[in-house]
Design a protein around this ligand. Structure first.
Ligand code: 3PY
Ligand code: MG
Length: 263
């Protein structure tokens, strides 16, 4: 199923998140069965060459990739799409003007001003055309500041936004709170709920990242694009747990591995 088909459906879309610059980790995460995988070129340690190889690795696993670009920059957006990303996640969008800029960079004329040169994007798609690309590409903008929440209704009126992805840490930081993905400050929670309501009113997919428990909570508020925590976090967490278990004589049953742990 394409990301657009999933997007236009009703089901939850669980995403993996890659911050490690490695086609191998991308392939491993892609093989897990996520509905989409984010390649984070903003806070992840991933450059253009890594991103390209990670897109190739994810394609092997048939997992649609969303690239989080470093900023709302047309050049970065277009390079990620030309390299074959199914869509982009664009950070720090704070106004309708910034949202229009993001949407226009994702679409070919007449809808936008994406420049022609789909070097990898068109590679295995004989029917690729400006209009098919415009229909397929997913443009998700990140609302992650108090200023963005204050203008959420105007931002969502911008034609061509497919999804809102909330950055809980930056949103909290902009309100003078701890930049914590799971911040439970009541005013912070109300801001997230406010965005969810605005998305629901306009039929726009709402997204957020977190752990399974927080995602279950946000799903009840209408969030469908649900990003799980990053490869770097998962690796560190399970390595830490495994080491602790080994030091305790292997008594933690969660650390039992099949087939010597290679696959
Ligand atoms: C944030 O929490 O600010 C994010 O950007 C999460 O990805
Ligand atoms: Mg952020």
């Amino acid at each position: 199923m394409t990301l657009r088909e999933l997007w236009n459906g009703e089901k939850s879309m669980f995403g993996g998140w890659c911050t490690i610059p490695s086609a191998t980790t991308a392939e491993i995460i892609g093989g897990v069965g996520f509905d989409w995988v984010g390649i984070d070129t903003q806070h992840g340690l991933i450059g253009y060459g890594d991103m390209l190889q990670m897109l190739q690795a994810l394609a092997v696993t048939n997992t649609p990739a969303l690239v989080r670009v470093p900023w709302n920059d047309p050049g970065d957006i277009m390079k990620a799409l030309d390299a074959g990303a199914a869509g982009v996640i664009i950070p720090m969008v704070n106004s309708p003007e910034e949202a229009s800029l993001a949407v226009a960079a994702c679409h070919y004329p007449p809808r936008g001003y994406r420049s022609w040169g789909p070097t990898r994007a068109a590679l295995h798609k004989p029917a690729f055309s400006p209009s098919s690309a415009n229909d397929d590409v997913i443009c998700a903008v990140m609302l992650e500041s108090v200023a963005a929440v204050d203008r959420v209704d105007d931002i969502l009126k911008v034609e061509g936004i497919d999804g809102i992805f909330i950055g809980p840490a930056d949103l909290a930081l902009s309100a003078g709170l701890e930049p914590n993905m799971l911040n439970t400050d009541p005013a912070h929670i109300r801001r997230i709920e406010r965005i969810a309501q605005a998305c629901k009113a306009r039929g726009i997919v709402a997204g957020i990242s977190g752990n399974p428990k927080s995602l279950a909570h946000w799903h009840e508020h209408g969030f469908r694009m649900l990003g799980l925590l990053a490869d770097s976090f998962l690796l560190r967490q399970s390595a830490t747990q495994m080491l602790e278990s080994a030091r305790q004589g292997g008594r933690d049953e969660r650390q039992e591995l099949n087939r010597a742990g290679y696959v």
